[in-house]
Design a protein. Structure first.
Lengths: 642, 246
């Protein structure tokens, strides 16, 4: 290869997938192995995968270094490898190009959070997620983010782009590179198409024993006819298939051969009369084994999936295509071929010609190399698409602008008024005085000692209430800044919290004065209350973020939020305390506000916080943070709403 | 390196009617299986623009052809529905002058706040410089903007918005500044700003103006690029004359 001479160092490619040899055999792994092998002159390959085996972590497979991250088992067809994202992040920096073999949501997670943005990424789209379609809503945004930052997406056939909505969004990035196989290995001695086994009724299938491969359909089809079925492969379905074979009494004719090495497999393919690909779902995107069978000159029976399967071996030319999952039709098709040796011979020749011409290893290699080269050649562009450094700076700017706006809001209160926000503090003082006297009438407790806590609770409540209420209208009020100056909407939600925090500091002088005047001063209690207070403020901000965005999108939420806040005020121990109620009522116990107040009020009063309250608040906070992250993702669209 | 690269960018603009703003209705719609039909218009349709430093691009087209929307999309206000937007360099969108103005504040505070919003530190000298450009009396700095006439207000806002050069300048409608003498001065300042920016994109109905200022003009129609016209270099001549006269 001449190009290796003028390029002293080969760019290195990191292949990212969930599993690799020797833990498993299968089509996807064959593809990865072939890419590594065929491009090794131009690119130095490495593989990062998961493995359940406790053996060595770093091994070499076919001259390719493979790192295997320890996995604890499989959950929803995915390896549970908690350290994988970390290892991936560490490895990314060592390589010039990343090749992600999708679907692999664990890696999507890493890319979705913006890690490895500095390296070009190529996605090999092997299949869509079919088996756990219920998780789509969670996985799809992750996959979309990965595809968005990918330089190129490689698919094996155009039909995948057309039939996968997610890929259609990124049509301009998709490159069709059909898999190719090295056909030389299939020139098995005596591979004369008529050279068949004596009885002429041997049917071969090959693949991992997993449900989507549809081997149960094949076994059922065998029951109605008298051909022999050999199935190559291993997997979790084995016990079920064995049971099915026993039930149908096919022990004589249907054999599960288990794992078979490459050389033996090719020999078996040359020996068989018909090759069957009975896959039942779109998880089968290409069917590399049917291509192998075609190279071996075998006629194929495959299924009419929406993928490349019926396009690799075409109905009536190299194959007979039947509806997926239809045992009767499948059996008939196989039987037709078994009974017609001449047709078998013709189709076998056609299949072999197609495998040689259309799916050659050379074309595959050239296609891959072109895509990889383009991806590596334009790393500068990749960096511009990666918004990592500007984003970090962006957050500081966001906070700074929000603070400036809040500060100016507060100063606005002082315009044409000497007292400014202290008018509100005065109002607060009056409310506290009146409430205090009323409560004093209701209960016989010591009113004066209660007053500072009452004032402080009122201040905190006013803060929460105003932040949330302000947030519901904040985006609409700042429409011109969002649309004309392109400021991020989150600024204005942050501004609400900052502004109300400044006002709360004004109001806080009421409880402060009362505290200094009425109760013994103990600063250590105030310090102990600080963490709780921080939790309170963070929860308030997260709540305002979520509700603010939702109320902007759905205008009828604002009155609902207003009345809910009113209700929450009455149902929470703000003006009354829990001791004034006979016993802790259920409503009060499930009310998150009770706990949100408790985490800072209890330590301030010198007591201990109930662990239940802390856990409750942390759970609420975690939920709010999740909701906030979702909201932030949707807030990009806020400009449409205002 | 300043650059703008839009590739096959589309923007589907959702038109929210009164009912689309209602959560209750939307939930009810789900319950009674009434397909909530959202009206969507394609405001930007398959637009590709590549601009390197030095590009002066004019956007022309009738009302509603997507000029402003395209500018906002470049500014990052609207996320594209499909296609890729890659931008390097800091963007200064001047799409509306009175965004973020508080009429109750004194002029000086408004200027300081507006500068902060665009990420600049409002120092005394910067504010004085801006004020000098407005040619208003110094004591008026301490007056709330409410007391300014609309012309005076425009001067202040214009001077503030154009105080700092940017890598990428987005202008919606050549900022119209009212009074005669100031208009000429404003024009000169804007041209100066345009000459300092690496990339300028101007949306306007004013064809002669676009021909004077831009290196290429993109005609938009219903969100699509109808045609791209490259303006011949000689047009730079009257442009220079005009600057000297100002």
């Amino acid at each position: 290869m001449h190009h290796t001479n003028d390029n002293p160092r080969r760019p290195s490619v990191l292949h990212i997938f969930k599993i690799y040899y020797p833990d498993l055999f299968g089509g996807t792994l064959t593809v990865i192995r072939d890419i590594c092998a065929s491009l090794k002159d131009a690119f130095a390959p490495a593989v990062l995968v998961c493995s359940q085996s406790a053996e060595r972590r770093e091994i070499v497979v076919n001259d390719v270094p493979v790192e295997r991250v320890r996995s604890l088992g499989n959950l929803l067809s995915l390896p549970v490898a908690p350290t994988y994202p970390w290892r991936l992040w560490r490895k990314i920096a060592e390589h010039d190009l990343l090749a992600l073999h999708a679907p692999f949501p664990l890696a999507d997670l890493v890319f979705a959070f913006g890690f490895g943005a500095g390296r070009p990424l190529v996605v090999h789209w092997h299949a869509d997620i079919v088996t756990h379609a219920g998780l789509r809503w969670f996985i799809e945004p992750l996959m979309r983010r990965t595809l968005r930052r990918a330089k190129a997406i490689i698919v094996s056939d155009e039909v995948l782009v057309d039939s996968t909505p997610l890929l259609r969004e990124f049509e301009d990035k998709c490159h069709v590179v059909p898999f190719g196989i090295d056909t030389t290995g299939y020139d098995w001695p005596k591979i004369e198409p008529h050279q068949v086994n004596d009885r002429g009724r041997l049917v071969l299938a090959c693949g991992r024993l997993v449900p989507y491969k549809g081997f149960d359909v094949l076994i059922r089809a065998a029951a109605a006819h008298n051909f022999e079925v050999w199935i190559i492969g291993e997997g979790a379905e084995r016990p079920r298939l064995e049971q099915l074979i026993r039930e149908l009494g096919l022990g004589e004719r249907v054999r599960l051969l288990g794992s078979v090495n490459d050389c033996e497999r090719i020999k078996l393919m040359c020996l068989a009369d018909v090759f069957v690909m009975p896959s039942v779902t779109n998880a089968e995107t290409f069917g590399l084994v049917q291509l192998e069978a075609m190279a071996a000159g075998r006629p194929v029976v495959n299924t009419a999936l929406d993928t490349a399967v019926p396009r690799v071996a075409r109905h009536g030319m190299e194959a007979i295509t039947v509806p997926p999952g239809d045992a009767a039709k499948l059996g008939e098709a196989i039987d037709t071929l078994i009974r017609d040796p001449e047709r078998r011979r013709r189709m076998g020749l056609a299949a072999r010609t197609r495998a040689f011409n259309r799916y050659s290893a050379t074309a595959f290699k050239q296609g891959m190399e072109a895509v990889y080269r383009d991806a590596v050649a334009a790393p500068r562009e990749a960096r511009s698409a990666a918004a990592e450094p500007p984003q970090a700076a962006g957050w500081v700017d966001t906070v700074r602008i929000a603070a400036a706006l809040a500060w100016s809001d507060m100063r606005h209160r002082y315009v044409r008024s000497l007292l400014g926000p202290f008018w509100m503090s005065l109002q607060m003082a009056i409310v506290v005085a009146v409430l205090g006297s009323v409560i004093g009438q209701m209960s016989n407790a010591d009113v004066l000692s209660r007053l500072p806590m009452l004032a402080l609770s009122m201040t905190a409540w006013t803060f929460l209430n105003s932040v949330v209420l302000d947030a519901t209208t904040a985006l609409q009020n700042s429409a011109s800044l969002i649309r004309d100056r392109a400021l991020p909407p989150v600024i204005f939600l942050l501004q609400c919290t900052f502004r109300q925090a400044l006002f709360a500091l004004h109001n806080a002088c009421v409880p402060l004065v009362l505290w200094l005047a009425l109760t013994p001063h103990d600063l250590s209690h105030a310090l102990a209350a600080l963490p709780g207070l921080v939790l309170f403020v963070v929860c308030t901000f997260a709540l305002s973020l979520v509700l603010g965005a939702m109320a902007t999108r759905y205008r009828d939420l604002k009155p609902i939020i207003e009345s809910t806040l009113m209700l929450a005020f009455l149902a929470s121990p703000i003006i009354w305390s829990s001791e004034m109620i006979n016993h802790r009522s259920t409503v009060m116990r499930i009310n998150p506000l009770t706990h949100l107040f408790a985490v800072w009020r209890e330590p301030l009063a010198g007591g201990h916080v109930d662990p239940v309250s802390i856990i409750y608040v942390l759970v609420v906070l975690a939920l709010l943070i999740c909701a906030s992250v979702l909201t932030l993702a949707h807030l990009r669209k806020a400009a449409f709403w205002i | 390196m300043v650059s703008i690269s839009l590739r096959n960018v589309c923007l589907d603009y959702p038109l929210y009617g009164a009912y689309d703003y209602s959560l209750k209705r939307r939930l009810l719609g789900h319950l009674i299986r009434e397909p909530g039909e959202m009206r969507i218009i394609r405001a930007v349709d398959n637009v590709a623009i590549e601009a390197e430093a030095g590009a002066r691009i004019g956007l022309a087209g009738p009302n509603g052809s997507g000029k402003s929307t395209l500018l906002r999309l470049i500014a990052g206000v609207y996320p594209p529905s499909s296609g890729s937007v890659a931008i390097q360099g800091n963007i200064m969108p001047l799409l509306g002058l009175n965004a973020g103005v508080n009429l109750d504040f004194v002029a000086e505070d408004n200027i300081a706040l507006l500068l902060r919003i665009s990420g600049r530190k409002p120092t005394r000298s910067v504010i004085d410089e801006i004020w000098a450009f407005t040619e208003l009396e110094t004591r008026m700095q301490r007056l709330p903007l409410r007391m300014f006439s609309s012309g005076m207000l425009m001067r202040v806002l214009f001077a503030t918005a154009t105080a700092f050069p940017a890598d990428i300048l987005l202008l919606d409608e050549w900022l119209s500044v009212v009074d005669e003498h100031f208009a000429e001065k404003a024009q000169a300042r804007l041209l100066n700003l345009v000459s300092q920016a690496a990339i300028v994109i101007i949306a306007s109905h004013d064809q002669p103006l676009l021909r004077r200022t831009c290196t290429s003009i993109i005609n938009l129609d219903h969100g699509r690029i109808a045609s791209t016209v490259t303006v011949e270099p000689p047009s730079a001549l009257p442009f220079e004359l005009r600057e000297k006269r100002a």
